[in-house]
Design a protein around this ligand. Structure first.
Ligand SMILES: [Mn+2]
Length: 263
């Protein structure tokens, strides 16, 4: 299965008064070209779709136009910048409510694809785009993935009664040595090299626990960290595509953007 993974588009980001949307637009066009050429089976956005949890309509328009420009099944993870303290809807709610996509390109609204959530017989009807609320194991075709969106403490408590970090740890622990093909998340990892996101407010962070992933037996792909890199934790490979957006001008020509994952 071919998966195109990218992360951290941060739509709406201003760098010292400079609007980054032209840079973002160009990067999104490159991703669309790649989708057309490579024909992935699945597209995954690793979170921080928007720079704030209250995006402007034009930033919604930009991202919704992007997500409706192809018909590949898509997973969108919540990033810490998309989160809204867990008390209200997050910034990606309009993407989660896929009828919104349908407004932009209405033929997509008729196309129902499904992701199975592990251990639950019911299929989640997603209209092509699936945005998990909490960390979850999903199967898609014959593959199984752990999806690890960022989740605020208040949201984790409200939806599950557990702390956010416990949800992440328990899901990974449950699947160590199991038949999982990959994990995709928006989490921090100790020992990782930050890009220039260190200069923007990062807020609260959840950890991909090194002790657990070192023995998990499946590769981990992660957004959140803006510098492209591959980290080895024992035998586990943790890959970061690097942010789509450039957070400052030192990164303009940096090699980052998307990963072509085959599982
Ligand atoms: Mn980010």
């Amino acid at each position: 299965m071919k998966i195109l993974f990218f992360s951290d588009t941060h739509a709406g980001l201003m760098i010292s008064g400079y609007d980054t949307r032209d840079i973002l637009k160009k990067a999104l066009e490159e991703i669309l070209d790649e989708i057309e050429i490579w024909q992935p089976d699945l597209v995954i956005h690793g979170g921080d779709v928007f720079h704030t949890n209250n995006p402007k309509p034009r930033d919604y328009a930009l991202m919704m136009e992007f997500f409706s420009a192809f018909d590949t099944p898509t997973i969108v993870l919540r990033g810490n910048h998309d989160e809204n303290n867990g008390l209200q809807v997050d910034a990606i709610e309009p993407i989660r409510k896929t009828k919104f996509v349908g407004f932009i390109k209405d033929q997509i609204a008729n196309e129902i694809l499904s992701f199975d959530v592990d251990d639950e017989p019911l299929m989640i009807s997603t209209d092509r785009v699936f945005c998990p609320e909490v960390p979850v194991c999903v199967s898609f075709d014959d593959k199984r993935f752990l999806l690890l969106p960022y989740i605020a403490e208040a949201r984790a408590k409200k939806l599950t009664g557990h702390s956010a970090q416990k949800l992440v740890n328990d899901l990974i622990k449950e699947h160590v040595g199991m038949n999982v093909d990959a994990a995709f998340g928006h989490l921090d990892v100790k020992g990782v090299l930050e890009g220039s996101e260190a200069s923007v407010a990062r807020g609260a962070t959840l950890l991909l626990p090194r002790g657990l992933i070192g023995s998990c037996g499946f590769p981990c792909f992660n957004g959140h960290i803006h510098k492209r890199q591959v980290l080895k934790v024992k035998r586990t490979v943790v890959s970061f595509p690097g942010s789509v957006i450039r957070t400052d001008f030192s990164e303009i020509d940096a090699d980052k953007g998307f990963l072509k994952v085959e599982v």
